[in-house]
Write a protein that binds this ligand. Sequence first.
Ligand code: SF4
Length: 507
Amino acid sequence: MTLIREDDVIASVADALQYISYYHTPDFIRAMGAAYALEQSPAARDAIAQILTNSRLCAEGHRPICQDTGIVVVFVRVGMDVQWQATRDLEAMINEGVRRAYLHPDNKLRASIVADPAFQRGNTRDNTPAVIHTELVAGDRLDITVAAKGGGSENKSKFAMLNPSDSVADWVLEVVPEMGAGWCPPGMLGVGIGGSAEKAMLLAKKSLMEPIDIGALRARGPRTRLEELRLEIYERVNALGVGAQGLGGLTTVLDVKVLDYPTHAASLPVAVIPNCAATRHVHFTLDGSGPATFTAPDLALWPEVHWTPDASARRVNLDGLAAAEVQSWKPGERLLLSGKLLTGRDAAHKRICALLESGQELPAGLDFHGRVIYYVGPVDPVGDEVVGPAGPTTANRMDRFTDTMLGPAGLLAMVGKAERGPETVAAIAKHRSAYLIAVGGAAFLVANAIRASRVVAFPELGMEAVYEFEVRDMPVTVAVSADGESVHETGPAAWRGKFAGIPVAVE
Ligand code: SF4
């Protein structure tokens, strides 16, 4: 009989979450390194270089890989012979571990969880509660997998009830282009097949906890129909040419995982959930001997990829930026921004546009005329940092506000991640503006370009407040130019099938 102590569960969950906030898994690093080595699209290669450099910096600096430090998802397998020395129930223990991890003074993580999701959406301030899946199994161990799942990738999850005669691979190939780049590829796809509606979703999520091993599978060849399906989806998705950050390139997925379960004769439930460039999970077992320990990965694991500002990129001074210069930016052009940027995301946009549309003044000191906005919700700084990791958030959530921001608000250009909707691209062309992208999953690297930060408006919104950042050589790419050309359309179209026959990433 094993005695599991409450303190061991809490400490292990807290340590696990701190660990995955700054360490990618070794399999992920190897697969991303292989993708970098094979990539032939310059834009995608540059994005992967930023992701790898960011990953190493985070491992060295013990700071989060991404500003979105995720919703915590925990899979627990409780041995039926386990005994407890605890005053809390299991969910309360796990949530206490989450609280301690996210409030850790040396590496405070961003609290992203909101309660009352349909209405008030108030931040719970400590990232609780976790989403917890518990199974009772034979044995006397407590087996836990802890993951921190980014909102951008979770938002792209898909589910369908197919006809039993439908092709699962064809359906996945239909939905991946609809996901766009908001899930920050390259990453993984988890596919769940069978069971009931909720079981298929759970299988898809669970499959993402497995290590990346498609290289070994490709080398030895498939032995089961599910392995054949993994390979088929992997190869067909990569042939779509979506590429890193949706810029067009060879590697969109580093692996495809599939789990299945028996289902009703009339049904074929299928779910697909992507995992992003900030793939974060770790597994541990408690056997009563104390809390889990986590070993730091060897830094030699990281490939020798050290992204630095590209001398051939155009340097842009944001202070006194003229509309004519914005209009001269070419689609796909790499820029290095220096000067002052304003920030804002969903909640601030909602307030600003409500004020403007009702004819009211913006708060004192908040003026977007001639300015560039960065869609970001940074992690709080620690030590002598100016700001914590501060990568871009998915821009299309701001689409409904863009015409107002570019018109009455007077904004010149925007920085975010992933594609914009067609109406927004049209609004950008109408206002002769531009939309720039930074690399999702390179948040610590981007934060290194931020030299000063101050809150300008709505401080009560926390990470959603409007800040003014002073940046130096912040790397971005022109995603939509003033004439409305979008690289998220032209990039994948150019790379789709271009390298048919060239092997895609393997570990
Ligand atoms: S890498 Fe992209 S999808 Fe993943 S957590 Fe970061 S911003 Fe979100």
